[in-house]
Design a protein around this ligand. Sequence first.
Ligand SMILES: Cc1ncc(COP(=O)(O)O)c(C=O)c1O
Length: 415
Amino acid sequence: MNALPAVLTLNSALIREEFAVLNQKINGHSLVYLDNAATTQKPKRVIQALTDYYERYNANIHRGIHTLAEKATLAFEQTRETARDFIHAAHVEEIIFVRGVTEAINLVASSYGESFIAEGDEVVISCLEHHSNIVPWQWVCEKKKATLKIIPINDRGEIEMDEFIRLLSSHTKLVAVNHASNSLGTLNPIKEIIRHSHARRAVVLIDGAQTGAHMEIDVQDIDCDFYCLSAHKMYGPTGVGILYGKKALLERMPPYQGGGEMIREVTFNKTSYNDLPYKFEAGTPNIGDVIAFRYAMEFIAELGHENISSHEQELLAYASAKVGSLPFVTLIGKAKEKVGVLSFIVDDVHPFDIGQMLDARGIAVRTGHHCTQPLFARLGINGTVRISLAVYNTEAEIDLLVDALRRIINFLKQS
Ligand SMILES: Cc1ncc(COP(=O)(O)O)c(C=O)c1O
């Protein structure tokens, strides 16, 4: 991947030129977009790649022999190679295209769960999980009469490692945790989690929804068995994601869905299946969005993971200090290691009201339980206001947020 000119490296003003959507007024104010954990904005090159595909070489892939089909197939498969490189996977066939992290987890729960989880087995998840890393495992456990075990957290929002180690047993078949929490930002010690799980012969799935755009991922170094990513949280299009799985495991797993592409031969008596990765990619995929996803990964790689991380960590520290010092505000989630997510509550004010009043000033944040209801039940709150950072956010935007919050709080506390 070619490096961007040094001058563009995390020069927020230049980076922002890639994102036309940021340059607009919302409710009369310049947009301040702080909802990146829900979805990031898309740089011009991603939108252009999507337009190019539909304007110049829209065709179905793999099966065609005509020029457009060959071009589309080549571009589609190029994204797979870019993704392999991006997460440092050993083999390109370990990259399965899915709709996003939700589908990636459902695929593993359904396919791996169906074949390798049995009565009396245990599945371990953490208290920090998104609903998409809870519900599929509840289904598997219910169906297979297995037990779902939950790793507890401390009051800072960190996994209790001693408790985790105690939970592991010879019955543990699978451990599924997020790399970073979408609600609190906690960065989990996944290498350690994987090492302890493997010592018990359990396979490990990592939900990387909140890390793909923010830090380097090396699936061989962390030695996970499965890793899940959503393109739309990585400056890419919606409706595309990646399931990485170790080849030896994927080969032993049955297909997830039946249909075209995933077969080698079909007769009315018997069907044999295609090789990896196609065994798991039944039907016509989301071709245009997969093609455009490549440009999002290249964008991240060109900026450089270290640059991205130091920019977002600096902003997080700045925002934590400023927001945390406001009267009536309590920060929720004080893990030592975090990604750029800051959750907070304001005494006696519903997060939704804060979110609406910030929107009136052009500031986009998320409010509520962020699809982590069990986490908030553990913390004893209904939800938070959440800001989440990306490469295009600036200190000036945090200042606008803090100023708006100060005014809102003054107004609410006086009325
Ligand atoms: C930690 C985490 N896991 C899973 C998901 C689900 O991702 P998607 O909706 O892209 O499938 C999200 C989305 O917010 C998330 O933050």
